[in-house]
Design a protein around this ligand. Structure first.
Ligand code: PYC
Length: 316
């Protein structure tokens, strides 16, 4: 399998450019379901140790169905396919440029939830215009073991998010273990108390929001579905945040919001009013290619599909 690795504001993306599984379904959303259901070994082999590491998000290139798109893509973690991924879209655009497939200018990428317009700029900068994002519920309150009562919003930014300003400690790099534990407790409470997003959809991303450093409007910390945290400010999480700010009248159309991550990297973002009462966020950040690799899976290697798969097999 051939892959190209990059990072977007610190968060890694692994684009599989050759040798991924063949997906038989027609639409990209069906292909995403098929990838999650039938290709766990591929998800683990490409992203978990010893070939990958926990923060990596995969991007499996697929033929675009809409001819105006440069490529189709299904994003994934070892926990399954993602509907959309902001940092990985920025990483993918830089990867396509690295491959010589695209140049400075506008390019469309087809994802399982729709077409994303992107703009490749000079200096490794990319803007993506995300799908329409919106707040689904404001001030959802529930009890969390060890944290007490937590209040926050449920919002869609291409993935479903629970966002809260009830932070247990400062959003600092040194506090990452504590922040991860707290968001996992919130995730557990949401599952146990059957709190869901629209039409019963699972909330699979969790976001603390707090004050930003100088010149930043806010800082976040995001828990991803596979239990790791986003090193970048999370493109879909920033979209969900912008939707909440807009719904509260705290951010106006075309006004800039600078969203900082737990490592101090940032996205510049703004929005235009959407067609269905939500917002269409534009997220700008930088990505850099970090490597080109051929992943080798030797049939005799007990960890050919990752250490995770091997441990699961042992348990079975
Ligand atoms: O940037 O949207 C994002 C994202 C989702 C999960 C990890 N990154």
């Amino acid at each position: 399998m051939r892959v190209i690795d990059s990072h977007t504001e610190g968060e890694p993306t692994r684009v599989v450019i050759e040798g991924g599984p063949d997906l038989n379904s027609h639409s990209l959303s069906e292909q995403a379901i098929e990838l999650s259901k039938n290709h766990q070994d591929f998800l683990n082999a490409t992203l978990t140790e010893p070939r990958g590491f926990e923060a990596m998000v995969g991007a499996l290139l697929r033929p675009a169905i809409d001819s105006k798109c440069e490529t189709g893509v299904v994003y994934y973690t070892p926990a399954g396919a993602l509907n959309m991924c902001g940092h990985a879209t920025i990483g993918l655009v830089i990867t396509l440029a690295h491959m010589g497939r695209i140049d400075i200018g506008t390019h469309y990428i087809e994802t399982p939830i729709g077409i994303v317009k992107t703009e490749l700029k000079k200096g490794n900068e990319v803007s993506i215009q995300n799908i329409e994002s919106y707040r689904y519920k404001k001030d959802v309150t529930f009890k969390v073991d060890g944290l007490g009562v937590v209040t926050g919003d449920i919002a869609w930014g291409g993935n479903w998010f629970f966002l809260t300003k009830d932070i247990p400690c400062a959003l600092n790099y040194e506090n990452i273990p504590q922040l991860l534990d707290a968001l996992k407790s919130i995730r557990r409470a949401i599952t146990e108390q059957h709190i869901t997003a629209k039409d019963g959809a699972e909330i699979d991303h969790f976001e603390f929001n707090g004050p930003g450093s100088e010149n930043m409007n806010g800082r976040n910390f995001v828990l991803c579905p596979n239990g790791t945290y986003d090193r970048s400010p999370c493109g879909t999480g920033t979209s969900a945040k912008v939707a909440c700010l807009a719904a509260d009248g705290q951010l106006k159309e075309n006004e800039v919001w600078i969203q900082e991550s737990i490592i101090g990297s940032c996205y510049q973002t703004s929005f235009q009013n959407g067609f269905n009462g939500g917002v269409i966020p534009t997220i700008t950040g930088k990505a850099f290619v970090t490597g080109e690799t051929t992943l080798i899976q030797n049939a005799q290697d007990p960890y050919a599909n990752g250490i995770v798969s091997s441990l699961k097999n042992l348990k079975n």
